[in-house]
Design a protein around this ligand. Structure first.
Ligand code: NAD
Ligand code: SAH
Length: 422
């Protein structure tokens, strides 16, 4: 429950609390690892007395994480990490159940930042960030809210890029656990989660066929591999663009074509940027696109497709279907942009499936419990989640699925650990 001296929750007026509760219940049913962890934590309450500020996409799976941490004894304050991914019914359901929630779908920059400040006003002991927005405030205007801070967990690749840059400058104030770098995160969430949810969102938003189309995937990292794999599975021809020669070779060996964006631009029907970089598609490329080309982004920030230049080159702009903006060019071609160039799977969909977020949020829970135990002994810096906690999440899932692995014998362990053969 929210202590009486805290700002009451701020959620959209009139949001359908029952619809939110149903979404949360469905997700919870499909998150068995987190459920198993929560069952143990409810009685031991290892987070009692700790305050946790969370900035993660406010939708049903995140609600399950917030509830798990609250049941483990923590006082939790939640906001989103992207105004377009906030689901108001879920936020309202959580607020009605007594959690401190500050977010509304579609708010502008100022209100979004105000909500981040509101979760930090609890003076957190622990923070969970997806993209580093809380960290940015804790290192600038909200530094005074960091007095009791033990540490934080970061969910995604770009957040870690930002935190490592602070660390390199010697300015990172607290220890951060790199949840994204745990094997049970990037191998599943970034690859299979993004792979599936990006196509779910593109197909639902456009209601068009993928088979037979040429799809250009910009960036062949953990996410790009999943997006390309699922595009091929849906029957598309796939072209990959990269800046890293090794990743480019990997894409070639996987059977995709590899081209620079300037050469891929006239060939593609659908473009998905997922690089973590900026200006991956600019006016240099827009002039070469086919009529009716569809552009979208699945990378962290809305800077991968240069939307400002798209506006500047257009003679007519219109919302032609929810989530689709059409940009008519001077030569009569139309370019379609999905979800305003924000992460398409979250801004125009429910994000990753529940079973994927089950693993990611089991890791977040493990990271928070680890920080609560050990955080005061860790130096400020970016730390890996201990490998045994990563393995534990995988073992829990295997146990739930009724799958077993082989175990090393003593001789096998010795064989693997020694350079000298018997
Ligand atoms: P990654 O580092 O594994 O891969 C990024 C790839 O993009 C690298 O191979 C890099 O060489 C390539 N690249 C960089 N700049 C490029 C450019 N200008 N043109 C072409 N290729 C370029 O990172 P990742 O884990 O795949 O994450 C990528 C982005 O997606 C990040 O911003 C991350 O935060 C975000 N992300 C999104 C979701 C989602 O649900 N949509 C999920 C996880 C991560
Ligand atoms: N702050 C960024 C968000 C980065 S999104 C923004 O501006 O939008 C990338 C992260 O979203 C991934 O690391 C993934 O773990 C998380 N994610 C994907 N689907 C999700 C879901 N359904 N619920 C909560 N988080 C999700």
């Amino acid at each position: 429950m929210i202590p009486s001296d805290r700002t009451p929750s701020i959620v959209a007026a009139g949001a359908d609390i029952e619809a939110g509760r149903l979404k949360i219940a469905w997700a919870w049913e499909h998150m068995p690892v987190l459920r198993q962890m929560a069952a143990g934590l409810q009685t031991s309450r290892p987070l009692a007395g700790l305050r946790i500020a969370i900035s993660v996409h406010v939708e049903a799976k995140t609600a399950c994480l917030a509830k798990t941490l609250a049941q483990a004894g923590a006082e939790v304050a939640l906001t989103g990490c992207n105004p377009l991914s906030t689901q108001d019914d879920v936020a309202a359901a959580l607020a009605a159940d007594g959690l401190a929630v500050y977010c509304r779908h579609g708010v502008g920059d100022d209100e979004y930042r105000e909500h981040l400040r509101q979760v930090l006003a609890i003076k957190p002991h622990l923070v969970i960030d997806d993209g580093g927005d809380l960290a940015q405030l804790l290192h600038s205007s909200e530094r005074n809210q960091a007095e009791d801070l033990i540490g934080g967990c970061e969910e995604t690749t770009t957040g870690l890029v930002r935190l490592r840059s602070l660390e390199r400058e010697g300015r990172l104030l607290y220890p951060v656990i790199a949840i994204n770098d745990a094997r049970c995160k990037h191998l599943f969430d970034n690859r299979f989660g993004t792979g599936q949810s990006v196509w779910t969102a593109i197909m639902a938003t456009t209601n068009l066929v993928v088979a037979g189309k040429t799809v250009v995937v910009a960036g062949y990292g953990m996410c790009g591999k999943g997006v390309a794999l699922r595009a091929r599975g849906l029957g598309a021809r796939v072209i990959v663009t990269e800046i890293d020669p090794v990743k480019a070779c990997e894409a070639l060996m996987e059977g995709y074509d590899v081209l620079p964006m300037a050469e891929a631009a006239p060939l593609g029907d659908v473009f998905v940027t997922v690089t973590g970089c900026r200006d991956v598609m600019t006016s240099e490329h827009f002039v070469k696109l086919k009529n009716d080309a569809i552009l979208c982004n699945a990378g962290h920030f809305d800077v991968e497709v240069n939307v400002r230049q798209l506006h500047e080159t257009a003679v007519w702009v219109a919302q032609v279907r929810p989530g689709i903006t059409a940009y008519r060019q001077t030569d009569g071609r139309t370019i379609h942009l999905l979800a305003e160039g924000r992460l398409v799977n979250l801004a125009a969909g429910d994000g990753h499936p529940a079973e994927i977020m089950d693993m990611s949020f089991a890791l977040q829970t493990a990271g928070i419990l680890y920080l609560a135990r050990e955080g005061r002994n860790l130096r400020p810096g970016v730390h890996n989640l201990p490998a045994e906690l990563d393995d534990q999440v995988a073992s829990m899932l295997l146990g739930i699925l009724g799958k077993k692995t082989d175990q090393l014998s003593a001789e096998q362990t010795r064989y693997l650990e020694h350079w000298q053969l018997d």
